[in-house]
Design a protein around this ligand. Structure first.
Ligand code: CA
Length: 251
């Protein structure tokens, strides 16, 4: 089977905020978005640390199965948030969401999701959500106490139930989905998904040009009155020209 590769475009806009607390990363085999919260510079620091842990994974050879390495990278990001909080008390309480997808050599998406940033898959014109929000409103929707439309307007819609906050022994559940050439992935912070419905996201994602598509999504969120930071990462899946595995093992 030919190796699959990701071709990425990312955009982030400060929106109506003073700082941008979102962080993004994309390579040919790994994509991620993090949305930080916290006083002082805490939000930016937390999301940056979570993304740096994944960049570190992307820069080296695997010593264990990708699944284990991805889980460990997420845990390492969490542990660093804890360590930095301990040495810089002004950052106490900082935390971040993290949604990451690694493309495995056997053609799967390995998906890690903590908090309410999202991953979507556009396949053959149909949009599906790959992640489930770790948020209060999602829990209420699951229980039938709120509709999706009510959740979007709920005053506590930004309350997350899971985050990388430095707490010890963070459990990281991974999900696996078969990848296909022609797939398009969208990772985004809630600055997009809070103000743009899935049906509208699907329409925007039909634009083949990634740059234009990413710009249009951010623009749509701004026009919809988005007050939060808005971040999108679009990754198209194609077959790699060379036969090298995406994740060469350690020698
Ligand atoms: Ca946000």
């Amino acid at each position: 089977m030919p190796a699959l590769v990701l071709r990425c475009t990312a955009r982030s806009d400060v929106g109506g905020r003073e700082n941008n607390e979102d962080a993004l990363f994309g390579s040919s085999r790994l994509v991620a978005v993090a949305d930080g919260v916290g006083g002082a510079a805490g939000g930016e620091v937390a999301s940056g640390l979570a993304i740096q842990a994944l960049v570190a994974l992307d820069k080296r050879r695997l010593e264990a199965p990708l699944e284990d390495e991805l889980r460990q990278a997420v845990q390492a990001g969490n542990d660093t948030v804890g360590f930095v909080t301990a040495v810089r008390p002004e950052l106490a309480g900082m935390a971040t969401t993290l949604t990451a997808i690694a493309l495995s050599d056997d053609g799967h998406y390995l998906i890690a999701n903590i908090g309410d940033s999202r991953a979507y898959l556009l396949r053959a014109g149909r949009l599906q959500r790959l992640t489930r929000d770790g948020s209060l409103v999602q829990a209420l929707v699951d229980r039938g106490a709120l509709t999706e439309a009510q959740a979007r307007l709920h005053p506590h819609r930004s309350v997350v139930l899971s985050a990388l906050d430095g707490a010890a022994d963070k459990e990281v559940a991974l999900q696996q989905v078969q990848a296909r050439v022609g797939d398009r992935l969208l990772l985004c912070s809630d600055g997009l998904s809070d103000v743009i419905e899935d049906a509208a996201i699907a329409i925007q994602l039909a634009e083949p040009d990634r740059e234009r598509c990413a710009a249009a999504l951010v623009e749509a969120a701004l026009l919809a009155g988005g007050r939060d930071n808005i971040s999108v990462l679009i990754a198209d899946v194609s077959s790699g020209e060379d036969a090298d595995p995406a994740w060469p093992p350690a020698l």
